[in-house]
Write a protein that binds this ligand. Structure first.
Ligand code: NAP
Length: 442
């Protein structure tokens, strides 16, 4: 790392708060380049230019069509560029990647590591899909690759698992990790909105993208769960192997019954190690109000990590937004600049390959729209044939064509048993509409 002096008199950033930033004006520091000047990139730049990290010096900001991005509060010594080669050929110590997407961001991260720079990224897609090979490139080049902001934004879950709980043998992770789903489901609950109306509201307020599929179908959360499983369990798991079910089948009526059960509905991300198996799924689930996962609303995230020795540890806080995410990014840069050696858990060489499935055992909430009222008996018979016992009937179908659904709670059963039973009901023509099954978390 280069040693440079800092002239606090001439290099003063415009928005520096109360001179905190340069209390120690002549220190060794670490040169940082920023790739991407969007929501997170701008907040990161503010932290680096205006805050108290006097040993970190932002030297380059890279973005396409960079002229339109230039901000007057960024100090004049920072070089604005749209030439990635210029950044990679420079003598920066750390490259921060907050462009997003797998390509071309992935090739820039790889080239930065190969040219002797450490990298900090907030990019869950990139790390979930190519983390193993990029960590290996980092190792071969004697550099660090940190990605603390890629899961749960400002909540230090990865750092907490990797450092704070490194002495623990974790076997279960249960999280609420997607702000868009939280926003939609919270609004369905509190305002009785339909899924479509809650989604439209989320899009209007900027909580959901124009194409929300990655969020509502669980792709985003599966990437985060894959990264958590890597850091928490040392598991090498590709996000595509994680079972996903969309939240779009959930309706306002399900919240009414969840409330009667003292619970709510959240998109949950669950992973559990059982011997050589890794059970993993992202799905809507009934979560009791007494669980901390039920309290995650809007852009809040929560993760319960369970270990053999210490039991449950809860991480919770704001999981998205420029402010919280930039704190996680800059914390990673600080960690690299302090040359803290990470534990071996997430190093490629120590990862274990598990057989991945989603055969969790839970009691389930079932909402089944029947072809006709008389099909109730057939449903119970098929459940029993698959060894699934009905615990209680919350609602019986009414009307000649069974317009109101049959709503059941069933005793704990394996996910695959239940799927087989539901498939049989569909095959026998009992269910003209897609059934909804939600695990009941304890
Ligand atoms: N936002 C959050 O709350 C949050 C939370 C956790 C993690 N993250 C992660 O942080 C990363 C950045 O997210 P963000 O919300 O800051 O995204 P964003 O607002 O879209 O910012 C991305 C920036 O990168 C630039 N960019 C995109 N493609 C480029 C290319 N090919 N060449 C040069 N510049 C390019 C964009 O320029 P244009 O202005 O031209 O598009 C924009 O300035 C993503 O990986 C995201 O998953 C975000």
């Amino acid at each position: 790392m280069a040693i440079m002096t800092w002239d606090a008199q001439t290099d003063e950033p415009a928005k520096r708060p109360q001179g905190r930033a340069f209390a120690d004006a002549r220190v060794a520091h670490c040169k940082v380049a920023l790739l991407g000047f969007g929501t997170v990139g701008q907040s990161v730049a503010e932290l680096l230019c205006l805050q108290s990290h006097s040993h970190l010096r932002l030297t380059h900001i890279f973005n396409r069509q960079v002229k339109r991005k230039q901000a007057s509060w960024v100090p004049s010594y920072v070089r604005w560029t749209e030439d990635i080669d210029e950044v990679l050929a420079s003598d920066v110590d750390v490259v921060i990647e907050v462009v997003g997407g797998v390509d071309p961001a992935g090739s820039w991260v790889r080239r930065a590591l190969e040219s002797g720079k450490s990298v900090v990224t907030a990019n869950k897609h990139l790390i979930a899909k190519h983390g193993t090979e990029l960590l290996e490139v980092a190792r071969q080049n004697g550099q660090k690759l940190e990605f603390g902001a890629s899961v749960a934004g400002g909540v230090p879950v990865l750092c907490g698992l990797e450092h704070g709980l490194s002495g623990e043998r974790l076997f279960r992770l249960a999280g609420v990790l997607n702000g868009t789903c939280n926003y939609i489901l919270s609004n369905m609950e509190s305002r009785g909105l339909s899924f479509a109306d809650a989604l439209a509201k989320a899009q209007e307020l900027g909580y959901a993208e124009a194409d929300p599929s990655d969020d509502v179908h669980g792709v985003d959360a599966a990437c985060k769960l894959a990264i958590l499983a890597r850091v928490g369990f040392g598991a090498d798991v590709h996000p595509d192997k994680i079972h996903r079910r969309s939240i779009e089948g959930v309706e306002a009526i399900d919240f009414r019954y969840a409330k009667k059960l003292g619970a709510t509905i959240r998109q949950t991300s669950l992973a559990e190690v059982r011997g050589n198996d890794l059970l993993a799924a992202v799905q809507p689930a009934v979560v009791p109000h007494s669980s901390p996962l039920a309290h995650a609303k809007d852009n809040q995230n929560a993760l319960l990590a369970t270990g053999v020795h210490g039991g449950e540890t809860l991480f919770a806080g704001r999981g998205a937004g420029g402010g919280p995410t930039s704190v996680a990014v800059v914390s990673d840069v600080v960690s690299i600049s302090r040359k803290r050696v990470p534990p071996a858990n997430s190093e490629a060489s120590s990862l274990k390959t598990y057989s991945v499935n989603h055969n969790f055992e839970f009691p389930y909430y079932l909402r089944l729209t029947l072809r006709k009222v008389g099909d109730s008996a057939g449903v119970t018979r098929i459940l029993s044939k698959h060894g699934i016992e009905v615990r209680s009937v919350l609602q019986r179908p009414r009307g000649a064509k069974a317009k109101s659904p049959l709503i059941l709670l069933v005793e704990p059963c394996r996910a695959l048993e239940l799927e087989a039973a539901l498939q049989e009901m569909v095959k026998q023509g009992c269910l003209p509409q897609e059934p909804l099954s939600l695990p009941l978390l304890s």
